[in-house]
Ligand binder design. Structure first.
Ligand code: NDP
Length: 333
């Protein structure tokens, strides 16, 4: 497929252009709000065309799909424009700033019979898929609790809008809690019902939170604890799933790389769990292209993106109000 990139972004530069090309996609044009940035980005990435005119880029009938990786407040208008022009859309998380935005995007794509996916990379990783397989196979019995450790040290080159611009969708909750919501939904195959939360700024966030901890209840009774931060240099990431028959310890797996170790502990002892080391973003693009070809499902759908946003918004509101809140998913999810 021929693609337009909307947003001259770090994620496109570091992961997505390679992933698109690795699956045989043609990255034809980059759209930026800055002519200079568009031109520099295109030249550095070997992209033939660059523009600030989204409408003109979308008017090209040869463009079949659009990857949106602008700052979060731009996703809605750009996705609606792409859908209006009849393009399939792979959109970065969070899909929008509000549940209403996300719902309208997904509804528009479904009405137009277009493929729409959310770029939740973690569910594309071999490690997370191996953990899910262990749960599905009953290796831990009934899941009692799940703990997510996603406190990272934000790289210096990303310390812009993420840590100081609420209007652009900054803050660790829209940035990381949204991924964690998707991980929990993917692993447990159920949607959080209520959340309690606290958030703070612990050194990086200016006007937005850079750290959050929350506890979620699930329909099955499983309890979930989730910790996100931008300010932890040495914490390491991971997740633990504790069940009546065993526990899974997955260390270093909340990341963009296919790395980390998984251990299953049961009464039989400890065993290392192997997993596929494939590239997470290549997997996401491959499933997207297959879905467009009518040969499968996207890794994370638009509805998955609505739900992860709904949980993140509930975490934010619960932290602000100090109340236990029911997650509202809207009428599409
Ligand atoms: P960046 O800050 O790198 O890029 C976001 C936008 O900022 C770009 O689209 C560009 O705007 C603008 N920009 C880029 N460089 C400059 C600059 N030097 N000066 C001024 N503006 C600049 O963001 P990320 O790549 O980190 O994130 C983009 C999106 O992707 C977000 O929605 C984020 O949540 C998501 N993301 C997802 C990840 C995943 O694994 N799924 C990982 C990382 C991010 P313009 O559009 O005008 O070119």
């Amino acid at each position: 497929m021929r693609w337009a990139l909307v947003g001259a972004s770090t994620i496109a530069e570091q992961f997505m252009i390679d992933a698109l090309r690795a699956t045989g996609q043609d990255v034809a044009i980059v759209v930026s709000t800055s002519a200079a940035r568009a031109k520099d980005f295109a030249s550095a990435q070997g992209i033939a065309a660059a523009t600030t005119d989204l409408k003109a880029a979308l008017a090209d009938p040869a463009i079949e799909a659009v990857y949106i990786s602008s700052t979060n407040e731009k996703h809605f208008a750009q996705a609606m424009a792409a859908i209006g022009a009849g393009k399939h859309v792979l959109c970065e998380k969070p899909l929008g700033m509000t549940l209403d935005e996300a719902t309208r995007m997904v509804r528009a794509a479904e009405a137009a019979n277009l493929v729409f996916a959310t770029n939740h990379h973690l569910r594309c990783s071999g490690s997370h898929r191996a953990v899910r397989d262990l749960i599905l196979a009953g290796r831990v019995g009934r899941v009692l609790s799940l703990r997510l450790f996603h406190a990272v040290h934000l790289p210096e080159n990303l310390r812009g809008w993420r840590i100081n611009d609420a209007g652009a969708g900054g803050g660790v909750i829209p940035d990381i809690a949204v991924h964690d919501a998707d991980v929990v939904r993917f692993l447990l195959d159920e949607d959080p019902v209520t959340v309690v939360a606290q958030s703070t700024s612990s050194g990086m966030g200016e006007g937005v939170e850079d750290s959050a901890m929350s506890v979620w209840s699930m329909p099955s009774g499983t309890m979930v604890f989730s910790h996100e931060s931008f300010t932890h240099p040495f914490a390491g990431s991971g997740l633990e799933v504790h069940g009546t028959e065993g526990s899974i310890f997955a260390r270093g797996v909340m990341t963009q790389q296919p790395v980390g170790e998984i251990e299953l502990v049961t009464k039989a002892g400890r065993e290392a769990v192997p997993y596929s080391p494939h590239n997470l973003y290549v997997q996401a693009v491959r499933q997207f292209a297959d879905a467009v070809a009518g040969k499968g499902q996207v890794a994370a759908s638009g509805r998955d993106g609505i739900k992860s946003l709904a949980v993140a918004l509930a975490v934010r509101d619960a932290a602000r109000t100090g109340s236990r809140l029911h997650v509202t998913y809207g009428d599409l999810a």
